[in-house]
Write a protein that binds this ligand. Structure first.
Ligand code: PEP
Ligand code: MN
Length: 363
């Protein structure tokens, strides 16, 4: 795939900012004028709002498109809005919206994405594709591929986090490995972090934006509103234009790479150490599985079941304490040991099944 940049000749970070929703013409224009002074790359405002619950504000609809056109005329900013069906696409193109975005609740549905892709056939407009609400990399890739096949080659991805049932400090958990995997599949595609929808609250926005830049994201999409607490949607996560500028000013933008030979040598050395440690990790994991297989055979011979809840609880408990001594978080240790334990069970099962088959042959 030959994906072209949505933001050519950009300076990192690309900045996309504007209100969650267009509410009134005055609100849209005042936000846009404040942001135009800050040299942002793209002004955002939702016109059609996909709300989780039916009684929330669902957007002003097509009349907001004229407000966005006025933003373009008065400020010179390029504008973007979310499209969720073919009709949205036709309306947005009619009003000269510069960039379209596909929202998380749309990316999740291949029928809707295909409908949008078909409506876009023949149009030369860039599209930003948010990740689906569920952590499914293939669904995200699929949406990008559907648009590409319809002739849309200026494409970028927006990481806005993933739904999670349970307590978390985020509104949508970031699961950074998923956007990084996407980048591995589509190395030429620009990657934007929507820190507003990941955080759901203002106090985390800077931390998440910085993390995205440190992971080499190309830019940010942040919700900005003149009076955030009074916003008709997503009030707890929006920033005033002044606070937005303050957030951007505090970001440390590091270079993706350098020609400095001293730096490169030191980095090479450290990476070599990492590679050696990884090698040891594989050896140890392989040996651990061999012991698990011996246990499997032993249990088989003595007719004992594979899973022993008491033993498993002990392993996890010890591992969390040990992990803490090495500065490893409980979250990480639990995920790691669950994965190791699953693999051990698979190995034990395999040797038990093999032993069963042998017995059957003997009979
Ligand atoms: C939005 O950007 O306001 C929005 C609705 O986002 P998402 O699709 O990420 O929920
Ligand atoms: Mn929003």
């Amino acid at each position: 795939m030959d994906i072209r940049p949505v933001f050519p000749n950009f300076q990192r970070p690309v900045l996309i900012a504007g209100p969650c929703s267009a509410e009134t013409e005055a609100q849209v224009l005042s936000t846009a004028h404040a942001l135009a002074e800050q040299d942002i790359d793209l002004f955002r405002a939702g016109i059609w709002k996909p709300r989780t619950r039916p009684d929330s504000f669902e957007g002003v609809g097509a009349k907001g498109l004229a407000w966005l056109r006025r933003v373009k005329e008065e400020t010179g900013l390029k504008v973007t809005t979310e499209v969720a069906n073919a009709n949205h696409v036709y309306e947005a193109l009619k009003y000269g919206i510069d960039v379209l975005w596909v929202g998380a609740r749309t990316t999740v549905n291949p029928f809707s994405v295909q409908e949008i892709a078909d409506a876009l056939r023949g149009a030369d407009v860039p599209v930003l594709v948010k990740n689906p609400i569920n952590p499914d990399l293939k669904l995200w890739m699929g949406a990008i591929e559907r648009l590409y096949k319809a002739g849309i080659t200026r494409l970028a991805a927006i990481h806005r986090g993933f739904s999670y049932f349970g307590e978390t400090r985020y509104r949508n958990v970031p699961r950074w490995q998923i956007p990084l995997e996407l980048k591995r599949h589509f190395p030429d595609m620009q990657l934007i972090c929507d820190n507003s929808h990941i955080c759901g609250r203002r106090d985390l926005l800077l931390e998440v934006a910085q993390k995205a830049l440190d992971l080499n994201f190309d830019g940010l999409m942040t919700e900005v509103h003149p009076t955030p607490d009074k916003a008709w949607s997503d009030a707890t996560q929006q920033l005033t234009p002044v606070d937005f500028v303050h957030m951007v000013d505090q970001l440390v933008v590091r270079q993706p790479t350098t020609d400095d030979t001293d730096f490169l040598e030191t980095l090479d050395n450290l990476r070599h150490q990492i590679d050696e440690l990884d090698e040891e990790l594989f050896q140890i994991l392989g040996q651990r599985m061999q012991v698990a297989e011996r246990i499997g055979l032993y249990k088989r011979r003595n007719n004992i079941s594979i899973f022993q809840p008491h033993r498993w609880a002990q392993i996890i408990e010890k591992a969390v304490i040990k992990g803490r001594q090495w500065g490893l978080s409980r979250e990480f240790v639990e995920v790691l040991f669950k994965a190791i334990h699953d693999e051990s069970i698979n190995h034990q099962e395999r040797v038990m099944k093999a032993a069963n088959n042998e017995l059957n042959v003997e009979r």
